[in-house]
Every structure is written in C-alpha cells, then in structure tokens.
Ligand binder design. Structure first.
Ligand code: NAP
Length: 621
C-alpha cells in the first residue's frame, strides 16, 4: 500500500490541472446551492427526531441569568465554564430531546469522530473519562456529552425539544425577552448561541422525490425501526432489502461499509468521490494512559492546533492524516504560512505537494479495489482541500463485495429522478426498497443567520438589518446594539479542523467576560461601534484571498457548490494567535481588544496593540 506521497513532474502537473478542470466542469450545475431543499421545510418526515418521544410541558414564564441556545459541545462547554465561574442560573435549550448536538442526531451505523477522540472529546480529565478507541464511536461521544451535562449539573434547567422563536432586548430591564415554539416567554440576562455550523439536514431537489413509495430517511435521523440493529449491531432487517445510498461525503464513507455488510444489495449513488486516506483506528493503549500526567489533554490539543496552524512545536504528539497536511489545509483554514518564500513560490510548492498527496490517495484506491473500472470511478480529481478530507480503512474495501454496486452520477449532475419504486440516473432505473440520504447539511446556517430566530436589539433594530452588509462583530462574539448576546461559531474568528477545541476556547472566553461583567456589577456588555468596525477591518486586512483556489475546485459546500467563490472571512493569522490575543485581553482590563496587522507578517504577534476601549462594560448604577 502506498504510504509515501507520489511526486509529479511539471508536465504531469499541467495535465492534472486540465483533468481537475474537466472533472469540475462536468459537476457544475446552473442552480448551484439552490439544488438543495431544506429537510425540515419541504419534507417534515426527513427532519423528524426518531430518538425521543415529544414530551408535553407547561410554558415557562420566568427568568434565568444565562440562556444557552444549543446543547452540543459548544453549549455544554459554555455551561461548564460558566458553572466553574460560579453561575447558578443556567438554562440550556435545544431542539433535540437531549444534549449532544450533532452526536444526538447522527446515530447512523459506523458514525465516529474523524479527529482523535483524545483531542476531540472535551473535558476528559475534568470528568474522569478516557475514550476506548482512538476514533470513538458516535454513541461513546454522545454519552460523553451526557457525562459533561451531569458533571456540571447542566440538566437542572433544560428546555429540550424547544426552538427559540425570538430574542428581544428590553432596554428597561437590560435583559432579553425570549419566546419559543413551546409557548415559553421568559427573561434572560445573557444569551449565548451555539447552534452548530452543520446542523440542518438538506435533501437534493430530485424530481419525483415525493413520489417514492419505498422507505427513505436522512442519515442524521436513522430509522433503526426499519433497518433493525443498532449503531454497533448488524442491520438485520436489511438482509432481504435493496438499498440505495445517496452521497459519498464524510457520512457516506462511514455508513456505506456498515450497509454493505447488512443489505442484500447496496447501490452507492456517487456524484463526487471523496479523498479516502488511511484511518488507523485502534483501542486505547492502557500503558499510554498510565504514562499521562495531569494537563495532558490540553497539551495534546494545543500541540495539534499548533501543528495544523503552522506554529512551531518542540515535539509532534499526534501523527495522523491531519498532521501530515498542514500546508495543504492552509488553502481553506487560517494559520501561519511560510513567508520565507514569495506567495507565488509557495503556491507552486503547495500545488506540487498537493498533487503528490492526491496521487498517493488515488494509488491507494487501485491497490484496494479489485475491479479497475470501479477503482477508476472512485478516484477524486481535485485538490486536497476542495472537500473535507476523508479517512477510512473499510470504505474502499466495501466495493469488493459482490452485493455492492457503484453508480457514477456525475455526468447527470446527480440523481436524475425518483419514481414510486426506483432511483433514476440518466436512462437507467434502479429498483430499490429504501433510499438513504447521506446528503449532508446546510453550511453555516444558524437560526440567527437564516432569520428563523429573529433577534431585535436596542432601539428595536433587527440583527439581520444591522448585518445587512454582512456580519458585524467584535472577535466574532458580540455585536454593537445587541448587548449581552454572545455567538459561538465560525464567524470573524479563527478556525481549525478540531472544531470542538475552537468552541472550547470560545466558551472559556464568553464565560470569563460574563463572569467579569457580573463581578464589576456591569449593566450590560456591548462592544462599541468603533471597536466592531476596527475588528472587521482587521479581519478583512488579514483575510487571505482563497477565491482563485475555490474557483478551481469541484463543487461542494466549501465553495457554495461552485456557484460563487467564498472569500475567507476569518482571522487569517490563525487560531493560536487569536486565542493568545483573547487570553491576553482577558488577563487585562478587558478594554484593549484592538488587533491591527502591521508590517511583516512575522511581526504580527508583537503588533497586537490596544488603542481604544471597544468593549463597553457600563456600571449598573
Ligand atoms: P457532505 O459532505 O455535504 O456530502 C453530501 C454528499 O451527498 C456528497 O457526496 C454529495 O455529492 C452528495 N449529493 C448531494 N446531492 C446529490 C445528488 N443530487 N445526487 C447524488 N449525490 C448527491 O455531507 P456529509 O457527508 O454528511 O458530511 C458533512 C460534514 O459533516 C463533513 O464535511 C464533516 O464536517 C461532518 N462530518 C464529520 C464526520 C466525522 O467523521 N467526524 C462524519 C460525518 C460528517 P457532491 O460531493 O457531488 O456534492
């Protein structure tokens, strides 16, 4: 099996570029991102929660100190740090029936994290937990979310199966009035939103999808009643079923090997192949666990983040597919770049490295998949970060089974139609009993941004009005005119693939600000318009233009389905610099938060300067 990258010559690179363009062009659709439908809006049954019965309850008309919207890891971490800081009155709210966020909903067979669980599962030392495997199952991760909620006593005042329908700032009382779809109408002094970046399931707008008479569901709402089995047991009821699965993204990679084991016949409907690199999962080594000293998890998380952000480390603590490709990740994610060479030289060097890595990944497919035509169809022809990289040691092998058929839909821009009994691709009809949609999620759509959660700030101004020309925040968290509102997520801050680590830093920050505001008797917390303007300028000034890279990419949610190039709207110096800046600011008087990039990028850390008092903490009396 090829373990090393396979370098290319300049001539081969030129040919490869042409091949990538050809493969991109045959997938571009004129309707771009409009090809999808929202599962909840168009087909309620695709979005229905199969894991919890709806529980009736009386509406709340009370008051809490902190409302946290979203009980995934972001919300749980905010709750945990607020508890540590002494907050007694915390209410977690979620549309799901329990905590866990994405891990509550995604219970499909084969679901696991794709970042080492020792880094991905937060608060391991604090809660006395240790994952059983390097890449833990979704159920183990979900149970860990439950463990965190119990450990920090966050179940005390939860509102599950509840969606916030409005947030309105009350200038008299300096608190938020909150309404929900369960008739609640209560007050919260602070509101923290953490509603995930990929939480709303989406469906392809396939002609005739509503006429299909067989069974169908989305992977994030798995119907074990139909398939039998469980996330860890065979799907017995599929033994006599012809099953089609749509989608070969990160979810497809995990679920297809499990379906292949259980279904009588499995048809994999692929439009774009994913990269499938080595996974190398294994049980947690007890000797390694015994060797760990206190603080090990934070050190490991920091080390991983430093490596991926291109910051120097003394030692590489994690060796995996992610730490192998930091420079390639820089084409999408923020972090430090090698500025000892010009941008042009760097780009040439990266493109050669990219081609060598992708050649290795393509060669691995030929090594594993016996049928050469199937192997060829499974090869990804795009640059490494055009799509979220995938890892599996069982996915490619599944195509060697006699009951598995790969159908390439690329020439037809995906599935052509569905009938009462079949999936249609071009002129071919595939009769199936069940169609499983592994078709992903709307990217970056929180209720605040989609408008399903209207937020009305000071002087009755709607947040979406204030954000008419794009999001306006200080550090990504708070917005002028919308006091005591803190948004966790991926807007106007720094990002990395271990998103839970990013959320942990954000949650720590928000908890510290709320705690300080309370300790000084603040009336409200709100950035000044000037600070907000300067932060947006800083983000724009540091933003790396990724449009040229994105334009060459095959369509996907990273480039809005190829219909428009998404330009970076993150703090490009990266998460290590961003987190250090936040910590320094927290250690100070919470006044000096201005970051300005000056001069040589190598100087950037020393050029963090405080110039105004952007975060206004007004005294109560
Ligand atoms: P996704 O990456 O968006 O993949 C959706 C798949 O559906 C793609 O293969 C897409 O093809 C296909 N598709 C959409 N419309 C189609 C049509 N009309 N006909 C045929 N195929 C169609 O979604 P996902 O796999 O659920 O992953 C989403 C994100 O969730 C990941 O990027 C990752 O961040 C996260 N995730 C993580 C893990 C983990 O291991 N921790 C696991 C699962 C998900 P195209 O590529 O051609 O559009």
């Amino acid at each position: 099996m090829p373990q090393s990258d396979l370098p290319v010559t300049p001539e081969e690179l030129a040919t490869l570029r042409e091949k990538y363009r050809h493969e991109r062009d045959r997938r571009i659709r004129p309707d771009g991102a409009r090809q999808y439908r929202r599962a909840a809006g168009d087909f309620g049954y695709y979005a229905k929660d199969p894991y919890s019965e709806r529980a009736e309850r009386a509406p709340r008309q009370d008051r809490v100190d902190v409302l946290i919207i979203g009980a995934g890891f972001g919300g749980l971490l905010a709750g945990a740090f607020l508890r540590d800081a002494g907050s007694a009155s915390i209410r977690l709210m979620d549309e799901a029936g329990d905590v866990g966020g994405t891990w509550y909903f995604n219970r499909y067979p084969g679901v696991r994290c794709d970042i080492e669980s020792y880094l991905y599962m937060p608060l391991l030392e604090e809660t006395g937990a240790m994952p059983s495997e390097r890449y833990a199952t979704g159920e183990e991760i979900r149970q860990h979310a439950v463990r965190i909620a119990k450990h920090y006593d966050l179940y005390r005042d939860t509102l599950f199966q509840t969606r916030a329908t409005s947030l309105t700032w009350d200038e008299e009382s300096n608190e938020w009035q909150v309404t929900t779809d369960r008739g609640d109408d209560f007050r919260a002094r602070y509101v923290v939103t953490s509603s995930g970046t990929l939480s709303q399931p989406k469906l392809p707008g396939i002609t005739g999808i509503e006429t299909f008479q067989g069974h169908t569901f989305h992977t994030s709402r798995w119907d074990y009643g139909y398939t039998g089995g469980s996330p860890s047991d065979p799907l017995d009821n599929l033994a006599d079923k012809r099953v089609a699965v749509v989608g070969t993204g990160a979810t497809g990679l995990q679920v297809i090997p499990e379906l292949a084991k259980s279904a009588k016949e499995l048809i994999v409907l692929q439009r774009t192949p994913s990269t499938v690199d080595i996974r190398d999962n294994r049980p947690t080594d007890p000797e390694w666990v015994a060797s760990l000293s206190p603080g090990w998890q934070q050190r490991r998380m920091d080390n991983f983040l430093h490596v991926l952000a291109g910051e120097p480390v003394d030692e590489l603590l994690v060796t995996d597919g992610w730490t192998r490709t930091p420079a390639l990740q820089r084409h999408i994610l923020s972090g430090s770049v090698d500025d000892s060479v010009s941008e042009e030289e760097r780009e040439v060097r990266d493109e050669f490295a990219d081609a060598a890595a992708m050649n290795r990944i393509r060669a691995r497919i030929s090594e594993i998949v016996s049928d050469p035509i199937t192997a060829e169809a499974l090869k990804p022809w795009f640059r490494y970060m055009c799509k979220r990289p995938g890892f599996s040691d069982t996915y490619l092998q599944a195509f060697n089974r006699p009951n598995v058929t790969l159908v390439d839909t690329a020439d037809f821009h995906g599935i052509t139609a569905m009938t009462e009994t079949a999936v249609v691709v071009g002129d071919d009809e595939y009769e199936v009993d069940c169609v499983i949609m592994a078709t992903g999620f709307e990217a970056g759509v929180s209720g605040v941004i989609s408008g399903t959660l209207p937020v009305i700030g000071r002087a009755g101004v709607p947040l979406l009005h204030a954000w008419g020309q794009g999001p306006r925040t200080l550090h990504g968290f708070y917005t002028h005119g919308f006091p005591n509102l803190f948004q966790l997520g991926a807007i106007q801050n720094a990002n990395s693939v271990n998103f839970v680590h990013i959320l942990q830093e954000q949650a720590q920050h928000v908890a510290a600000v709320i705690s300080r505001a309370e300790s000084v008797g603040a009336l409200r917390v709100e950035p000044s318009a000037e600070a907000e303007r300067q932060w947006i300028e800083t983000v724009h000034a540091t933003a790396r233009d990724v449009s040229a890279f994105q334009a060459e990419c095959t369509p996907g949610y990273y480039n809005a389905e190829g219909s428009q190039a998404i330009t970076g709207f993150t703090f490009s110096p990266g998460p290590v610099v961003f987190h250090r800046m936040l910590r320094e600011w927290r250690d100070g008087d919470m006044r000096d938060v201005l970051v300005r990039k000056e001069g040589d990028i190598r100087q950037r850390e020393s050029s963090l300067i405080g110039a105004v008092s952007p975060l206004r903490i007004s005294r109560r009396v």
